[in-house]
Design a binder for this molecule. Sequence first.
Ligand code: DGL
Length: 258
Amino acid sequence: MDQDRPIGIFDSGMGGISVLSEAVRLLPNERFIYFGDNLNAPYGVLPEERIRELALHVTGRLVAQGIKALVVACNTATSAAAQVIRQRLEIPVVAMEPALKPASQMRHQGKILVLATPMTLKLDKFAHLMELYGQEAIKVPCKGLMEFAEQGELEGGRIDSFLERLFEPYRGLDVDVAVLGCTHYVFLKKAISKALPGVQLIDGNLGTVRRLRQLLDEKGMLREHGPGEVCFQTSGDPETVIPRMKALYQLANRSELD
Ligand code: DGL
């Protein structure tokens, strides 16, 4: 039956597991296939064409497994490839973008920092978002940050010094909100909060998953009875990557990220 087909979720690597965990919370009866393109991560420093090629390849692997919907749990892949993925697929596709709109509503007098990969911040999709909601926003390309989440190094001296250097140019600015515009950064919330004391953090995970639920509901595709299930897949070495994926998934499920 259509409702029983799985939902595919993919990211360049581990980041989308933070979206997966939210999705399972909201849609506990569903069957999910999570695919991390760990072999080719990070996407955020690759040329646009290459990201598109990789994202289409992963999409093809998931479609071949009979998915009923696709979640692009990667801001970078969304910017480079969401449009073409939507054109090619007949199933519902939900993609992510940095949560700049809600951040602009949360802001008081201060600035918004948008933390994302260099590619997400460079492409037209984000330029459009900036025109609409970014009057007080500052782009912070975070080359090298996703690697901490990818390796499971979520706290400690090395990430603290990395963030200290990254935020150095913004010291002294009045900042209200920081947008976590890459799904990997959700795993780094504690370290980012420590480096930006008093700044509210926002990500787009819940909004994305609500949209998924709404689309499935509208199309009569929600799975009404469980049990739900999650299957992890990777383009990397399964022996090292899958246990790491499961550990991050458990962590996200225990809400230990805040
Ligand atoms: N997690 C991804 C994102 O949301 C990409 C990180 C990367 O591969 O550079 O943008």
